[in-house]
Ligand binder design. Sequence first.
Ligand code: VGL
Ligand code: ZN
Length: 196
Amino acid sequence: MNALIIIDIQLDFLPGGALAVERGDEVIPVINSLQASYDLVVATQDWHPIDHKSFFTAHEGKQPFEQIVLHGLNQVLWPMHCVQETEGATLAPELSTKAVEAVFRKGMDREIDSYSGFFDNGRKKSTGMADYLKGRGVTEVAVCGLAADYCVYYTANDALDLGFKAGIIEQASRPIDRRRYEQLKASFQQKGGQML
Ligand code: VGL
Ligand code: ZN
């Protein structure tokens, strides 16, 4: 049983959005046509409270994209994005969701960021997605969406650690930072991850 995991296809990550990924919109038609090839399709949705600590606005005197240490973890300070119940947090209307059986929300705890669809960045709290997939008999996952070097990579890497066979679908993902993505790809492949 294989599953397609669609990461954060939300308006704020698309051109014109608060944390736009360059050419992020190009992945949507690709993801739409991929869905029929998988036994199960799920999605994630970044879903932050307005005062989330990953936002630069929560830290006096800080600029967007500065790095800090937050409760012992490195944290990039992002522009405010994917705030719960705002337009920017909605899934893109062009994304086909007919086959999407479940949407896992993440990033709701204001004290810790959550790039992976499985756990927060400290791996303290689970979203339940691993149990859901395992309960459905999934052994193999393909991860795609935005952004390739943050939420897509973290999800695919956790999938490997959780014992799934895992791959990243390159043509259905786009990074925020291309160089960072190339480095992460190499470490993912060394761990047994596949580039699909
Ligand atoms: C993401 C940064 C902050 C992502 C989410 O979806 O890759 N990146 N929040
Ligand atoms: Zn976020």
